[in-house]
Design a binder for this molecule. Structure first.
Ligand code: PRX
Length: 666
């Protein structure tokens, strides 16, 4: 991490606000009083949220922070997470409510009720137990977005085993390092999966990954692609077992044992500044409390009424907290979709919203910008009137994308909630409340009731209104990570050493306050540029670029510059019409000059990109994050580094070629 000076320049201003309608506010789960409640007595506030769950044994104290930074929440309490997500709803008479409207990419569907889900989870729990999996054992899961993925996670939770879900698009090497680090005993995968209209193998990669993996005793294989796959699925006798052979034969009842509130629930690996991924550890009671609470207040979720859809993959934390644990704890009826948003056509999501009457839709800015690129006429063909709340997560959402989302998806009627959080925080931390907040396009606004966050300078002093700096969390929260698997030292170093004196958790993000004290996220601190001594966030420049009518998407990096320290280099994808007359042509050069002038106008001459390059694609990870590291390599004329985590590794060739041939250079 590079050292930053205290202030990030506060360059963009946004004056539009959107209050909730009176009708929405009148029925909202969360009212403005929640903030005051939480401020008056934070622990009592969280106890009240935890009481919404079923505890077999009540806790004796809400928080023990004496061993900081290792928190204990709801000390002495006991609960079973899977029982809370499934059984109790059935026992309360909601067994026939649909838990999941599952939609496969090829068009197959399954509706699963809570009663059916209970049966499946019990069978899977019995199955895992029959393989010798018990409390504290680790199970790695690499599966597509099929119901068995969710069942497998809940089955682990039910028996106190930790799941470590590995995103389906990860390479065998990535899976192996995670299996080894966690010493997983069982791996659950599928024969194949459907991606972009094709059945592609999955188990073959898992077999590669597991060659010689010592900890692994069994591989359980869900039959998903079946006969659509070319060739036979290779089989290791004695190790491999079909899910349907193993699970279907099990009894569908299973007694859920209550585990300690701090019993480990899962490990989820995320990348850090070094090459070795960090196994983020989450535990039970506090995690489930905050996942359920935030899902209820941020999305205004009403069980039995709403149809909720989070478009994340279970391979990421958003899938863990906002497909599995939060929504199921709140008895949601949700859509789970297996495939890509443009298979078989670019209106797939809106068709699903229309067919199932989706009322709450939660997605990522990168997808919203992709929808923008495809054009507003596509959602315009569908009836989206069931929608009432829209969410965004994963990166700062630029005001233009926010406005487009509100207008073209939300029909100018749905509150948009921009939710800031991390794998490490476990659940949403900073977000508007849809029935309370006067929403501002592009701002995550305020810490939720019960959460405390601050923007501080280099010395840990809170910056004044309109000031910028580092985002810190200055009080422990229930769903906070409890450490990095097997590496307490790295846990302390990564998150708690930067502001050790103050005891702050350092999130790694830059942020600023506006004049009203609302928080604006500025991207990772290492994505902040320093141009002639001015600190400018890559996000702000990207936002300015995307606000130009010709730009669909933009990525900005700081490249070393002999004169100014860093120079701003922008990579832009033009919108359909602009791109045709643009790239490589005389119009291309003019277009680039117009963009530089536009950024200068939006932010100031200091933010004018040194170089703008028109590209056909941006290098993204499979989760949609732009890999700026690779763009920096190009911008600084270096050999492009490791591209193995790119969703499409040919993208970098296209970009480098364009750069060498001089297109886009001044
Ligand atoms: O930089 C922030 C960004 O994503 C990081 C966390 O990434 P990850 O652990 O993969 O979790 C993503 C899903 C929760 C943060 O440090 N980030 C996430 N949400 C936002 C965001 N940046 C700005 N605004 C957000 N709403």
């Amino acid at each position: 991490m590079t050292e930053q000076s205290p202030a990030l320049d506060n360059l963009l201003t946004e004056s539009r606000t959107f209050p909730p309608s009176d009708e929405f506010a009148a029925k909202a789960n969360a009212t403005a009083e929640l903030y005051a409640d939480a401020d008056t007595d934070r622990e009592a506030f969280w106890a009240k949220q935890a009481e919404r769950l079923h505890w077999d044994t009540p806790w004796t104290s809400v928080l023990d922070w004496s061993d900081a930074p290792f928190a204990k929440w709801f000390v002495g309490g006991k609960l079973n997470v899977a029982y809370n997500c499934v059984d109790r709803h059935v026992e309360e008479g909601h067994g026939d409510q649909v838990a999941m409207h599952w939609v496969g990419e090829p068009g197959d569907t399954r509706d699963i009720t809570y009663a059916e889900l209970r049966g499946e989870v019990c069978r899977a729990a019995n199955a895992l137990a029959s393989l010798g999996v018990g409390a504290h054992d680790r199970v790695a899961i690499q599966l597509p977005m099929i119901p068995e993925a969710i069942v497998a996670m809940l089955a682990c939770a039910r028996i106190g085993a930790l799941h470590s879900v590995v995103f389906g698009g990860f390479s065998p090497a990535a899976l192996r390092s995670r299996v080894d680090d966690a010493e997983a005993k069982v791996v659950i995968t599928s024969d194949g999966q459907y991606r972009r209209g094709k059945a592609v193998p999955m188990k073959a990669g898992v077999d590669d990954a597991l060659a010689g993996a010592e900890s692994v005793e069994k591989v359980v294989v869900v039959r998903r692609a079946g006969d659509d796959l070319d060739g036979e699925v290779a089989w290791t006798d004695g190790r491999d077992v079909w899910w349907h052979d193993l699970v279907d034969a099990q009894p569908d009842d299973h007694t859920a044992e209550a585990f300690d509130s701090e019993h480990p629930l899962y490990i989820l690996y995320t990348s850090g500044t070094t090459g070795k991924p960090k196994g983020i550890l989450h535990t039970s009671g506090g995690y489930l409390t905050q996942a359920a609470y935030t899902h209820r207040v941020v999305f205004d979720h009403k069980p039995g009424e709403d149809v909720y859809w989070c478009t994340a993959d279970i391979g990421w934390v958003t899938g863990h907290s906002y497909i599995v644990y939060g929504p199921l704890a709140n008895r949601a009826t949700q859509v789970v979709y297996e495939g890509t948003p443009n298979t078989p056509h670019e209106g797939r999501h809106w068709e699903i919203v229309q067919n199932y009457g989706v009322s709450i839709y939660y997605t990522a800015p990168t997808l919203i910008r992709t929808f923008m690129k495809w054009g507003a006429d596509i959602p315009g063909k569908y009836d989206l009137s069931s929608l009432r709340v829209l969410g965004s997560v994963g990166e700062p959402i630029n005001p233009e994308a926010w406005m487009w989302y509100r207008e073209h998806i939300g029909g100018d009627r749905c509150p948009v909630v921009d939710t800031w959080w991390q794998t490490e925080t476990g659940a949403i931390m900073i977000s508007p409340l849809p029935g309370v907040t006067h929403a501002k396009p592009g701002s995550a606004q305020r810490p939720l009731p019960g959460i405390s966050a601050k923007v501080v300078d280099n010395d840990g002093t809170e910056v004044p209104a309109k000031g910028g700096g580092y985002l810190v969390l200055d009080k422990p929260w229930p769903s906070m990570l409890r450490g990095i698997w097997g590496d307490d030292e790295r846990y302390r170093d990564t998150y708690w050493s930067r502001f050790a004196e103050q005891g702050f958790y350092f999130a790694g993000d830059g942020a600023k306050y506006d004049a009203d004290g609302d928080i604006w996220l500025l991207g990772r601190v290492d994505d902040v540029m320093n141009v002639s001594g001015h600190r400018i966030s890559t996000t702000e420049v990207e936002s300015a670029l995307v606000s130009h009518p010709t730009v669909a998407e933009a990525a900005v990096v700081g490249a070393t510059d002999a004169t100014t320290g860093q120079g701003i280099v922008a990579f832009v994808i033009l919108r359909g019409g602009a791109a045709e007359g643009g790239e490589g042509s005389a119009g291309g050069e003019e277009a680039i000059q117009a963009l530089r002038a536009h950024v200068a106008k939006e932010i100031g001459p200091i933010a004018k990109p040194r170089q703008i390059m028109v590209v056909p694609e941006l290098p993204k990870t499979r989760s949609g994050k732009i890999m700026r590291r690779l763009l920096r390599d190009v911008a600084e004329n270096r050999e492009v580094g490791d591209v193995t985590t790119l969703a499409d590794s040919s993208v970098m060739d296209l970009i480098s070629k364009g750069m060498k041939s001089g297109s886009g250079d001044e």
